[in-house]
Design a protein around this ligand. Structure first.
Ligand SMILES: [Zn+2]
Length: 171
């Protein structure tokens, strides 16, 4: 096993499997998006008490586990949701679209071996390539990739993190 965590977001915990869900570092974490129980209604419930922007809520690990800044931007773009939209308005079909987009983005990123060239390598020391497949993240000023859209990608800052979005496709 090799553990390399230059940004220090992670930790290792040695505990009995039966105690794991009760551990204070684990018990407050939101639903696992790649788990069998994650879907639109589960996501809508996790967001229902969040009045702030959906993009900021997605980064809160108590709302949903494991969605980082890049993946939040990509998932909102794919699901056509405006990053500043109030989190508690994400319900029904919109919540289903967002839940699907989160799963798709995470699955594609895992298949491509992660995103961050400088930080990430697999056990063979090879680097991740999902960064080459970002549709919106890092594309400020470039044309939106969606068909029939003539807008350019914008960048704003939300809670100190960059958000990239299309003002025409995301509502
Ligand atoms: Zn667009």
């Amino acid at each position: 096993m090799r553990y390399h965590d230059p940004r220090r977001f992670g930790f290792m915990l040695l505990t009995h499997i039966n105690e794991l869900s009760k551990h204070p570092q684990i018990s407050s974490i939101g639903p696992e998006p790649l788990g069998n129980k994650f879907n639109g209604p589960v996501l809508a419930k996790a967001l229902q008490n969040k009045k702030g922007p959906v993009k900021v809520a997605l980064l809160d690990q108590k709302v949903v586990a494991g969605v980082g800044n890049i993946y939040a931007c990509e998932a909102l773009y794919r699901s056509g949701i405006y990053p500043k939209r109030a989190a508690n308005t994400i319900k029904g079909v919109r919540a289903e679209r967002l839940a699907t987009a989160i799963r798709d983005v995470l699955n594609e990123a895992i298949l491509s071996g992660g995103s961050t060239l400088r930080n990430y390598s697999n056990t063979d020391g090879e680097l991740g390539y999902f960064q080459h497949r970002f549709r919106v993240y890092g594309h400020e000023g470039e044309p939106c990739q969606n068909k029939n859209c003539s807008q350019h990608i914008r960048r704003i800052t939300q809670s100190g993190r960059s958000t990239f979005y299309c003002s025409s496709c995301q509502r």
